[in-house]
Each structure stands twice: as structure tokens, then as C-alpha cells.
Write a protein that binds this ligand. Sequence first.
Ligand code: ZN
Length: 145
Amino acid sequence: MKNNGYHRMRRLGKLIDEHRLIMQEHIGCELTPDEIVHHINEDKTDNRIENLMIMTLAEHSSLHSTGHTASKEFREHLSKIKKGIPNYGAAKINLSQLQDILTSIRNHETFRSIADRHGVNHSVISDIHLGKRQIYEQMKQQIEC
Ligand SMILES: [Zn+2]
């Protein structure tokens, strides 16, 4: 089923956009109405997880509107998305992995050993620890969901 170019699906009797469902399953949490799932390459039918990223409603309208006044940092962030940097928007881990990673960092396990267990590069663990990547910061906030 299509609506505004998006694929929609029925989930527990409710209609949900397929790309939101895919993101929800990826992060293991329900998205709030303020959390928009944007298609990085602007193809609304391309629902591969690496083409999806969570943004706030405000960020998303700013991205799609012209003549907005966004901060320098946010403009750089958007231009990275528009250039389609692979995996820029998508997280390489799910929420339960993030939970384990945060606990392991607190328990002073080495980044390399945590990374090996989760099959990611140790820079991912360091980015999570330093709060460098927006997607992991969003996921941290959702841990209580
Ligand atoms: Zn969008």
C-alpha cells in the first residue's frame, strides 16, 4: 500500500509507514511522533536501514525547506546526509547492544574487547563513549523506552 510515496503496512491493526517500522525494529523502541525517519538518498521507497535516519520534526522540516536559518553545525550535518555518506545515518548496533556497551564501558572493559564482542570497529565504541555520533546519542535517550 502506498501513501504520499511511502510504503505503508498494517501493524497490530494500525497503519504504519514501513520505514518507521523498520527503524523501530532496528532500535528496539517505538518512535515518538516528533521523531521523523528520513530517507537519506531522498528515495522514499528505499527502506534499507542504511538509507534511514532519525531526526527531530524540526530538523526534518529544516532539511526539506529552503531559506531556513540553521546553525553552521547543523548545515554541515545536513550536507553530509545529502552527499549520502554511507552509513552516516544508520547505527551499526541495536539498542540492547548499546545497553551492553554502556555497561561494559562503565565496568572498564577495553574498547577493543567490547568491539570484538559486538562485531564493530573499536572506533564505534569510542564514538559512543565520547558522544560523538548523533544516532547513538538518540539511542541512549531511548534506552528507557
Ligand atoms: Zn525526509
